[in-house]
Design a protein around this ligand. Structure first.
Ligand SMILES: Cc1cc2nc3c(=O)[nH]c(=O)nc-3n(C[C@H](O)[C@H](O)[C@H](O)COP(=O)(O)O)c2cc1C
Length: 206
């Protein structure tokens, strides 16, 4: 089986935001999609380790801001490479707008937002899948949405190949965020400490 075929799926990229007890937070996801039009429903899949997960499980309310081809890598670093458990991701960040469900939509590097209310959740092991009814949405501009492939080819900085470290150990690099693990073999159950993607998303740098 070729694990890399998953990269051929043409999913988009989103900033998923929530608000609980006066705290705003958001993370990057690639797992938002429409499931029905009448009524209008979407799903998101969120890692249980993410603070955003717990906030949505508690409040049911969230907003998906749709990243466009103008999204800068700094947005991915701010929302996708650190947790709201240790930082205030929205502080010193102007590209946001409070929307009807009281969460923030991200207005920088995005082309619109969809707010929704979770009606059901499915335990998918590492992730929870939330099924949600759309409550509000708006379009900001007509810049094309960023696909995951566009992120890989044009937004994420190209890492320099390193091959082996000074001690001669191989390096494994996360294809999603660039985190590097040094060791002969990458443990099968390894989870990227930065973006939480699994061992199958790592490549050995030669
Ligand atoms: C390109 C990219 C795609 C990601 N996709 C998802 C996803 O679909 N679901 C998810 O739960 N986390 C995803 N993540 C990881 C979260 O954004 C990341 O773990 C974040 O730091 C969680 O923040 P929080 O703890 O404040 O919620 C992705 C990260 C990146 C960079």
């Amino acid at each position: 089986m070729n694990d890399k075929t998953m990269y051929n799926l043409s999913y988009g990229l989103f900033v998923l935001s929530a608000r609980q007890d006066g705290k705003d937070n958001a993370c990057i996801i690639n797992t938002a999609g429409q499931v029905t039009t009448e009524p209008n429903q979407i799903t998101i899949a969120v890692n249980k380790l993410n603070l955003t997960h717990d906030m949505i499980a508690a409040t049911k309310k969230f907003t998906v801001s749709i990243l466009s081809e103008r999204a800068d890598f700094s947005l991915f670093k701010r929302f996708g490479f650190q947790s709201g458990k240790s930082v205030e991701k929205f502080s010193m960040f102007d590209g946001k707008k409070r929307v009807a469900n009281d969460t923030f939509a991200v207005t920088e590097g995005t082309n619109g937002y969809i707010s929704a209310y979770a009606t059901q959740q499915v335990d998918a092991g590492t992730h929870t899948i939330f099924l949600a009814s759309v409550t509000d949405m708006d379009t900001f501009n007509d810049v094309p949405s960023a696909t995951y492939a566009y992120y890989q080819s044009s937004i994420k900085p190209k890492p320099k190949p390193v091959g082996k470290t000074a001690e001669g150990k191989p390096v494994w690099r996360c294809r999603v965020c660039g985190y590097e693990y040094v060791g002969e073999e990458l443990p099968e159950n390894f989870i990227c400490p930065i973006c939480k993607h699994p061992a199958s998303d790592f490549e050995k740098i030669v």
